[in-house]
Structure formats: C-alpha cells, structure tokens
Design a protein around this ligand. Structure first.
Ligand code: ATP
Length: 216
C-alpha cells in the first residue's frame, strides 16, 4: 500500500467499497457529478461523514456542484482495484461456503475465490461455480503454489482454530471468519469476524429496543 493510502483512517477505508459500488452505477448511467446529499441518501452514511471521508483523498466538493464522479472513480479504482487480484481461498464447502462460491464476488473485480477446500472426500475433486474443491491434505501445497493471501472460513467452529494455525504457518495474511469461534492469530495477521447469527440477533435487539433510531 502506498504512503498516501496509509493516511486514510480505517473507518473511512471500510466505507470505500460502498462508495465505489454506488459511484460505478452512477457513472454507467452517465452521471458526471454527485452531491454529498445524494450520496448520503444512497449509501446511508451522513453527509458530514462523506465530506470528511472524501477530504482525505483530496476530493473537495464544490457548493452547488458536488463531486466529480470521474475523479472519485479513478481514485477508488487506484485504491481498491490494485493492479493485482488478491487471491482468496475458501475452506468449508457447506451451505454457506457453497453460496459464496456461486456468488464469488464477481462484481468486485479485484477479488476472486481461486479454490476451495473441504474435509469431506465426497466434495474434494468437484467444482462449484467453476471453483475447484480440493481435499484438506492438499492445502499446504496448493496455497504455496498460488501465493494465496486471504482465506474465508466457513467450517464449523470446532476445527476452525486448527485450520487457522495451518494458515498462519502458510503465511496467509488475512482471514474472513464466518465461524462463531474466536480465533487466536499473531499480530501480523488480520482477521475479520462475521457471525451472521450474532448480527441477526443484534439487529432484532436494536429494532425491539430502539426502533429505527440511530444508536451511536
Ligand atoms: P452441509 O449441509 O454440507 O453439511 P453445513 O454448512 O450445514 O453444510 P457444517 O457442518 O457447517 O455444514 O460444515 C461446513 C463444511 O465444512 C462442510 O462441507 C464440512 O464438510 C466442512 N468441514 C467440516 N470440518 C472440516 C475440517 N476440519 N476441515 C475442512 N472442512 C471441514
């Protein structure tokens, strides 16, 4: 990552893909400028936050004009679509894993699941949505061969840490963890936890207690 990109705060960086997707749609519908209000309504981020985010990458909106869509898009393309595709694997081809393989993030053209792994011998040797599924015994060889940087974990919680330890040894840089297990990883590895059951429960809790009010 370049120096320029390192200065962007993490919270802003997390919103970039959201902005990017919306701007791509705007651009393909022929729009040349967009106001922070329009962006705010579309991506559901308040306009003050959008203005602050955009100021980090030198996009200064003009009053009554808004932002230049072309300029923003070229910035996002440079920042998000880094020249090389990030190589991703998926481990655990169950219901959730299979859905991801079919979806395969094709709309984000810098990420692609290259291959998948599963302990079930009936699944190894098959392909799902053009992604080959290999046996867990092949993990080390395949990951080394292909310089894999990121792994998506969709296995049950039980084996998650053991698999993570293998990924650590393989110098994989990041894990997107869909298992409910809280995994231990060394400092140089980044892990994002997405527990869909917890997210759903939390949505329901907030709806019951706060309705649609904003809670900071
Ligand atoms: P299914 O309907 O295929 O059983 P599921 O999502 O309900 O899927 P889970 O028990 O959550 O099933 O398992 C998800 C996937 O992880 C399964 O395909 C399973 O074979 C695989 N799996 C289980 N243990 C391991 C392991 N130790 N290493 C790799 N894959 C594993």
């Amino acid at each position: 990552m370049s120096q320029e990109q390192m200065k962007i705060p993490q919270a802003t960086a997390k919103r970039l893909p959201l902005y990017y997707r919306f701007l791509k749609n705007l651009h393909s519908s022929g729009k040349q400028r967009v106001s922070s209000k329009e962006l705010s309504d579309a991506v559901k981020v308040d306009s003050a936050t959008i203005r602050r985010d955009f100021s980090y990458f030198g996009a200064l909106g003009k009053k009554g004009y808004g932002y230049n869509v072309e300029y923003l898009l070229s910035f996002f393309r440079k920042t998000l679509d880094q020249d090389e595709t990030t190589k991703v694997i998926l481990i655990g081809v169950g219901n959730l894993g299979t859905a991801f393989l079919h979806y395969n993030f094709l709309k984000n053209n810098n990420t692609k699941i290259e291959m998948a792994f599963d302990a079930d011998p009936k699944k190894a040797g098959t392909s799902i949505g053009e992604v080959p599924v290999y046996a867990m015994d092949d993990l080390e060889e395949k990951v080394r061969e292909s310089n894999i940087e990121v792994a998506i974990l969709t296995v049950p919680a039980g084996p998650a840490q053991g698999i993570t330890d293998r990924l650590i040894d393989l110098k994989v840089k990041g894990i997107l963890n869909f298992t409910p297990a809280r995994l231990s990883v060394p400092e140089h590895m980044r892990i994002h936890h997405i527990d869909l059951a917890v997210e759903l429960q939390s949505l329901i809790y907030f709806l019951k207690n706060y309705g649609t009010e904003d809670v900071e």
